[in-house]
Design a binder for this molecule. Structure first.
Ligand SMILES: [Zn+2]
Length: 178
């Protein structure tokens, strides 16, 4: 935003929407170690309860954004757990993969509408192939040009090679941990 649009970081607002919370996001000890190693200056991102380990993804995302220089007061974390509120939201984990429904939230700047000649190009990133296919199908039917990536590394390569008007991505992606 800064490089491309000359945005002032003090004016950037970030919202972290509903997703699985630290109350429900149980992970293995291996992954917990990777997080504590990578983010050694982040406190309280791993929570131990009843001999189980939970990850606070909201906090990790919040701290990453703050580290980039976004003002504390400009970061809003909704703290709504989709797994606890399965009556209002779909949760892949809570429903043990039994739901065919997914949630996405997207925000974008559409800047290349000169004469309507160029179509809006969207990059969809998720390690779940069925989600990517579903999104691609729906977005293409709505007239968008869609490219897909299945992990963070692939997505970063694509972003460095071409420009996208919008990127829709999963919060936790393989190959962004290493
Ligand atoms: Zn929860």
């Amino acid at each position: 935003m800064n490089n491309r649009y000359g945005s002032n970081i003090d004016n950037i607002l970030v919202g972290i929407g509903p997703s699985i919370g630290p109350c429900c996001y149980e992970i293995g000890r291996d992954l917990a170690h990777q997080f504590t190693n990578k983010y050694e200056n982040y406190n309280h991102i791993i929570i131990e309860r009843d001999n189980k380990v939970y990850l606070d993804l909201w906090k990790v995302n919040y701290l990453q954004i703050r580290d980039k220089g976004v003002k504390d007061r400009n970061i809003i974390v909704t703290k709504i757990c989709t797994s606890c509120h399965n009556d209002k939201f779909y949760s892949y984990r809570k429903e043990k993969g039994g739901t065919k429904h997914r949630m996405i939230a997207a925000i974008g700047l559409i800047s290349n509408l000169e004469g309507g000649k160029m179509s809006t190009k969207i990059l969809v990133v998720d390690d779940e192939h069925s989600i990517v296919e579903l999104l691609k199908y729906n977005l293409e039917n709505s007239g968008y040009e869609v490219k897909e990536a299945y992990d963070g590394e692939e997505a970063l390569n694509m972003v460095s090679q071409e420009r996208f008007d919008l990127i829709i991505l999963d919060l936790m992606l393989p190959k962004l941990m290493e």
